[in-house]
Design a protein around this ligand. Sequence first.
Ligand code: NAP
Length: 335
Amino acid sequence: MIVICKQHVEVPVPTPKSDEVLLKLEATSINPVDWKIQKGLLRAIFLPRKFPHIPCVDVAGDVVEVGPQVKDFKVGDKVIAKLGLVYGSGLAEFAVASESLTAVRPPEVSAAEAAGLPVAGLTARDALTQIAGVKLDGSGQQKNILVTAASGGVGHYAVQLAKLGNTHVTATCGARNIEFVKGLGADEVLDYKTPEGAVLKSPSGKKYDAVIHCTTGIPWSTFSPNLTENGKVIDLTPGPSSFWSFAVKKLTFSKKQLVPFILTVKREGLEYMVQLVKEGKIKTVIDSRFPLSRAEDAWAKSIDGHATGKISGDIISGCLLFQSFCVSMYGTRYI
Ligand SMILES: NC(=O)c1ccc[n+]([C@@H]2O[C@H](COP(=O)([O-])OP(=O)(O)OC[C@H]3O[C@@H](n4cnc5c(N)ncnc54)[C@H](OP(=O)(O)O)[C@@H]3O)[C@@H](O)[C@H]2O)c1
């Protein structure tokens, strides 16, 4: 049995290895994978090796020290980075990042906007481009895409990117976020709590070439009648049954496929996403912001799974972000 406790702890500022940079963090975003690691849900794949484990991997900050072999960054550079999942460390004032998973953040992109991008943004991009075959410059054949949970961290980037790729986008979200998701560019939006939403039926009768599946609990029998002959469901939360279905569909030469997806981040992807934000082609929409001293509140909000809501009267959704301005550090200790 794993007993989990969360607490703010003081730990030494980490020392960068030869190919790493030390960052003074300005913003960190939470992804569901962060608390899935804490809960032990992914222990077969990711088990923290060092305790206290400081969670979160998507960060933006200033380079304050570079390892001797670092070539592309210098002290004072403003950057974003994707930290290693096993070591995390984003919910802290300082973190070390591999040079190969760090990219320059231009001044036009705020730290908070940038910190939302690595895992959520690149998952959306890579699922669309590598598996759904969407060309984000709009040069490809027009496809019909369904994005489930389009109001969430991945979904809100997926809708925007899919529109850059000149696709027709159907999206699902809760009733309170319908206008928000339309505002991101979705052509038609289904409330997932209505009968039409539950069966994922496109209001215009379109069949989907690909589904960017950002939620869970929807059976294949619901997807299948809504797919084109070669339609794919890209499962972003694949469990054993997803891998089993993938294998069975391959073995039976099924044209419709369920494709389990696991993100691999490279610096090129970070640079690409930051550039899109800089050019105003996509945006990071921030649900809520917390100081590091209230990390546990943001953590609970992410676990709650409803990262949407009203701030200053606007309905906005996206990533939970921390501003690292407090002196205390946040750690998760597995006992
Ligand atoms: N495979 C990978 O490499 C990878 C990478 C990134 C993320 N993921 C996974 O992708 C999933 C989504 O991540 P995320 O960051 O987008 O999560 P998230 O931001 O926490 O998603 C929250 C959103 O999902 C909506 N939602 C919940 N259930 C829904 C349903 N049945 N239908 C439609 N919308 C629903 C919520 O809307 P309401 O508030 O209205 O309910 C909320 O806006 C997670 O399971 C995550 O672990 C996987």
